[in-house]
Design a protein around this ligand. Structure first.
Ligand code: ZN
Length: 133
């Protein structure tokens, strides 16, 4: 595992939160991307060496809508950059972690992704991501 690739924050309104986080970070978001399969619209901020992803639900049954219903807006996941997502998925499954998808999915920002169930990670939703080659 290489580094934290980004931190994901669930928000109710991407347009309002883009303004809020622009004030906070003192830089505007550099892109907006919709991931239809996940029911989310995302925006990205580059803050020094770090990347922050804001996520807004695009439908009521989106995982982000469910998260906000249950817990409110806030920190949603930590994404870890890996070189070989298939190898890491296999390794982590062998260690007893619960994978939320059995095959890598295509995520935002040209990544292959896989989430680990927070039940198996002390309540933290962890996203593995690998740059799509
Ligand atoms: Zn993410």
């Amino acid at each position: 595992m290489n580094k934290i690739e980004h931190i994901g924050i669930a928000v109710k309104s991407l347009s309002e939160s883009n303004e809020l986080f622009k004030k906070l970070f003192n830089v505007p978001h550099y892109k907006i991307e919709e991931v239809e399969s996940e029911g989310v619209k995302t925006s990205f901020f580059q803050v020094g060496p770090n990347k922050i992803e804001l996520l807004e639900a695009t439908s009521p049954d989106s995982p982000i809508a469910k998260f906000i219903d249950k817990k409110g807006e806030g920190m949603h996941h930590i994404a870890i950059d890996v070189d070989d997502i298939l190898a890491e998925m296999k390794r982590l499954e062998g260690e007893g972690f619960i994978l939320l998808n059995k095959e890598p999915k295509v995520g935002a920002d040209n990544k292959l992704i896989c989430f680990l169930h927070p039940k198996s990670t002390n309540g933290v939703l962890v996203e593995l991501c690998q740059e799509k080659k």
